[in-house]
Design a protein around this ligand. Structure first.
Ligand SMILES: [Zn+2]
Length: 368
């Protein structure tokens, strides 16, 4: 969250889909709804519009992992009433995610499965696979919504995974030139081929598999790199007090980088002590200290080689003042819309510190 993160113009379509997922799953949990009630006519009567009902009926005919989504819906509708009630309570609690970041947060988000189900419980996997299919099947093919969230059955107007990713990338491109490098909004490194992250993982919170607050394209290192986000929780047992959130509680400048010269490392700090726990959690989640330190050292090595090369050709800065001027030029040349800007800036600051500058000057002298 080193860079600003914005909702995009098709975010209302994602929010509308989440409301549909909630409405449909709560309807399945009603005591008097059973498998035989899942029909096109009943969907038309109970879903917000005919367009959404028709899309849903077509969607339910799709198969995932050997079973139709209609079959999975029937299994949910046929649960016992106490199980349905437990599931409905869980659905309502999970879909109020935004309130956890408001002035009066509700009790902790239920981070365990409903009804005390285990992760491999058949009812849970049925429910999870049904809801995740909205993302893996429905979103890929097109949601029944226009960008502004209004229902549509016109295919070219429907919001898709592809449209969302393209729009997110375009909105967050710091240099709009088509040839410029894109930057990961979380770590500030190069975006490369982005991966769509579910901030709260969809395997544990399938109701948030399509949600305007929960999806963001990020770099592969942040999403699935070694010891980075993956499926790690972004809360303390359902409590978000000590956590930032990409959309609902952005650090907005609170996340700072500092150098630690004796260790030649980068440290994540907070602009205000009240945010330090949140910064520490984000650092651990994305392994930022380690990753930024690697970049810090690699860039230092690059500058070291450049100077050694200049020195060998007798063109390098030959006294302390010239070295300082050379480094000041480097610092001034850094662009804040290029990948790793913050790490390179903190390196140039570190190198210009008098003791480090002198040490580096001595090192260069010894090369001759
Ligand atoms: Zn990243």
């Amino acid at each position: 969250m080193l860079k600003p993160i914005h909702y995009v113009s098709c975010s209302p379509a994602l929010a509308a889909c989440q409301r549909l997922m909630q409405k449909f799953s709560l309807w399945l949990c009603e005591a008097n709804v059973h498998a035989a009630d899942i029909t096109p006519d009943n969907l038309k009567a109970r879903m917000p519009s005919h367009i959404e009902a028709e899309w849903l009926w077509k969607f339910l005919s799709r198969k995932t992992e050997g079973d139709t989504l209609l079959r999975r819906s029937c299994d949910i509708a046929n649960l016992s009433n106490p199980e349905k009630q437990g599931l409905a309570n869980w659905i309502n609690a999970v879909t109020n995610l935004a309130q956890h970041f408001g002035p009066t947060p509700p009790p902790a988000l239920p981070f365990q499965y409903p009804n005390g189900w285990a992760s491999r419980n058949t009812s849970w996997t049925t429910f999870k696979n049904l809801l995740v299919a909205f993302y893996e099947v429905g979103f890929r093919e097109g949601l029944p919504y226009r960008a502004d969230g209004l229902p549509t059955d016109i295919a070219v107007e429907q919001v898709t995974y592809e449209k969302f990713v393209t729009e997110f990338r375009n909105t967050h491109k710091l240099d709009p030139h088509p040839d410029s490098r894109e930057i990961c909004v979380l770590c500030g490194g190069e975006l490369g081929k982005p991966e769509v992250d579910h901030w709260l993982h969809k395997a544990s919170f399938p109701l948030l598999s399509i949600c305007d607050n929960n999806l963001l394209p990020i770099c592969a290192d942040c999403n699935s790199g070694e010891d980075t986000k993956g499926q790690k929780p972004v809360h303390n047992t359902g409590d978000f007090t000590d956590w930032f959130h990409p959309y609902l509680r952005h650090p907005d400048g609170a996340l700072r980088l500092n150098y630690v010269l004796p260790d030649f490392a980068v440290k994540c700090t907070s602009a205000s002590p009240t945010d330090q726990a949140k910064v520490d959690n984000l650092d651990k989640l994305l392994n930022l200290t380690h990753r930024w330190t690697l970049e810090f050292k690699a860039e230092y090595r690059k500058k070291q080689k450049e100077l050694s090369d200049l020195k060998r050709r007798s063109r390098g800065p030959d006294d302390l003042a010239a070295l300082q001027a050379w480094l000041t030029d480097y610092s001034d040349s850094l662009l804040d819309n290029e990948p790793d800007y913050e790490v390179h800036k903190v390196l140039s600051d570190a190198m210009l510190e008098p003791t480090r500058l002198e040490a580096w000057h001595r090192e260069l002298q010894s090369l001759s």
